[in-house]
Every structure is written in structure tokens, then in C-alpha cells.
Design a protein around this ligand. Sequence first.
Ligand code: NCD
Ligand code: ZN
Length: 429
Amino acid sequence: MKLLLKGGRIIDPSQNIDAEMDLLIENGKIAKMGRDLSASENNSTTVETLDLRNALIVPGLIDMHTHLREPGHEYKETIQTGSEAAVAGGFTSIACMPNTNPINDNRSVTDFILKQAGICNMANVYPIAAISKMSEGKILSEFGDLKDAGAVAFSDDGNPVTNSRLMRNALEYAHPLDMTVISHCEVLDLSTGGTMNEGSVSTELGLQGIPNVAESIMVERDIALADYTNTSVHIAHVSTAESVRAIRAAKARGVHVTAETAPHYFTLTDEALREFSTNAKVYPPLRNMKDVESIKEGLKDGTIDVIASDHAPHSSIEKDVEFEYAASGINGLETSLSLSLKLVDDDILTFHQLIEKMSTNPARILKINKGTLTIGSDADLTIIDTQKSWTVNVNIFRSKSKNSPFQGWKLKGKAIMTIVGGEIKYKET
Ligand code: NCD
Ligand code: ZN
């Protein structure tokens, strides 16, 4: 079976391509790219031709920070529903965080995730294994064994690695394995008890705040450790101006640090919590306008390499409760691309930069063979209609959970087709 995509605008930052071209997919791989490719040259097998005039064709988007909740919390999300949400949101690959139950800190869990993902046969799923056993921050997990099983990175996401010696060891062990350590930066002494950003809104609402320094102190520590050990570190979900400043300065002096933010950190502020809306409760918390501006600057100047969804599905059991008791997390896979396309509309990023942050860079940081449309590579592609207007409706989310603060928002731009390994896994109807 062959698939011929006609007339779209192909943007592939990995090859510096931005041109109107046709693209032929054969046996699950990118076979040809060029002007006026015709189906008739390929009369030996069936060719399905898709007219994609006015659409963008980009390397399949990669979400490097997803929570799939299986094993253990299948009522929130399963590998099946999470992968369906992924392709509906335009993601062909997702890397899933280890904070399941049991935690993915040993190869049996990694094996299980990969097996389930294989059965689902929807998006490519890349397990991220825990840095420490049970993500308790005490004993390192078996890095070599986990890599062998197919884990692509290490993180205790959901929890910080408070012990600096353990973090140092994690960086030094991961380095020769060519694996990335992803750090959830949170100084618990400063954050514990807090439920939202510390600032005027938290004061007005009478809620205990979490200050920016709860994040940025650990960002500075991890930069110092990566610098000292000459290894690399990736900072998860950056939310503050101070973190952006620290990462920018570290990059300028050659420290191997990369960073991601999530769409809610450049779209919302803590004002979203005025109605005590638990769907806007997330860790790290939504900050203020100054932070939002810094995040955008960081995206624009390359300080922040990646936009990741931090898709954190939670059910109404955890969200329809008093603000203080609600779980933290935002359902992100099905809104992430559209919220990010706004950055292009607002002239903060070019399409080229956006696709770098949502495909090329995550592939490079996770060291996976994706994020490119070079001839012979896997035919993972996302087709985007940048003009399509739509309204977020959580009731038709593929995700099992509905915890989106963007319910009812009118957005512009959407993935209209998602192709994984040459197969159409999602098509807008
Ligand atoms: C995440 C979750 O629910 O697993 N929650 C969140 O608010 N971001 C954990 C995390 O990413 O830290
Ligand atoms: Zn986290």
C-alpha cells in the first residue's frame, strides 16, 4: 500500500525544508519527496492519493512529557485511550512518565508498557523510567537494565530528586548510557502546603502559595551539577522567569541543559484560579503575566527547546473536590498543538521553530530515530490545517479524563490527520 500526499506545504526543520511538495509513503517509510509526483508511476500497487492543498505536512509531533496512568490508574487513562488522545492531538510519538502504580522503576513495568502499546498499535510509546526506586529519591533504579528494556530517559517526575548526591549519581550513570535525565524541579521545603502560585491572587483567595524560587533553586542546582559532571540535564515543565533566566545563562556558558515548557504556562496565569477552578490546578502552578512573558521570550530565543503537553489526566473523583484537596494536572494532548499554534499567529515563533520544539528537538533530546522526513525514515507525519476554527469540548476528548481549563475555548488550527508508520491513525471528520 502506498500513500501519496499531494500539494501540502512540507516543513521539516531537520532538513531545513519549507516548500510545497508531494510526498510518497511506501511500506511505512518516506519514499519520495518532490514536485508533481504522480500516482500513475506507481501502478504496480494501489496508491491512495490525498489532496492536502493548504495544509501543513510536518514530521510527526512528539510529546516528551505524557502521563498515561497505566498500570494502576486505568480509570484516569489507559495506554489505549492516551494513545488515541495523542493521535487526535497530532502526536505520533509520546514519552510516558513513570509515576504509575507500580512505578516504572524496573524492566517488568517497561516491558508491560511496551507490550500494551504494541497491542494498541496507535502512537509510538516511549517509556521514561524512574531515576530512583519507587521515585522515592533514595536508591537509583537499574539504569542499564531499564535502557535494555526500552526506556528512553530517566525521571522521577511528580517528585523532585531532593538528594543532590543522588542527582549527581543519576547524571553520571546516565551519561555513558547516552540517556537523558529529566528533572522535575521542586524544593519541597518551599512548596509543601502550597496549592497555587504565591502572589497577589493567592493572597486574595486566601490560599497558601508556592513561590517561583521553589522551582528555580533546583533548576540552578541541576545546572550546577550538569556543569560540574560535564553531563546533560533536561528541565521539565519550566514555569518561571527565574528558571528561564538561569537556563539562558547556563546555555550561554556551554552547559548541556535543555528545557521544556507546557502550553498552559504561556497561555494562562494564576488569574485562572479565581473561581477556584480545580482544572487549572497544576504543578508547577500557573504563574503571573511576567512569567508568561518570560516563557514566551525563552521559547523565542531558543532557551526553551521543547513544548511538551505534561498531559496529566485526572478523573472527577480527584478534581470535583475542594481546591486544596484536588489533584494537580491538566489534560493536554488534545489542546497542546492548537494552543502552541497561537505562538505562530502572535509572531512569537515561526512554523519552523514550532515544529522544532514539538518534533525535531524532542527526538534529539530523547535520542529516538524520529522527528524527520528524510527519505527512508519512518512515515510518521502530522497534517495540520492552520486555519481551522474549533471549540474545545472535553466530552468528545479521546482521553478518559476531562480535566481541561480550556473547555469551551475557541481555538484556531488543528491536526486534521495523523499518520504513524505509514498508517492513518487519525483523520478529522
Ligand atoms: C503530574 C501528574 O499528575 O502526574 N501533575 C502535574 O500537575 N503536572 C505530575 C507532574 O508532571 O509533576
Ligand atoms: Zn512534574
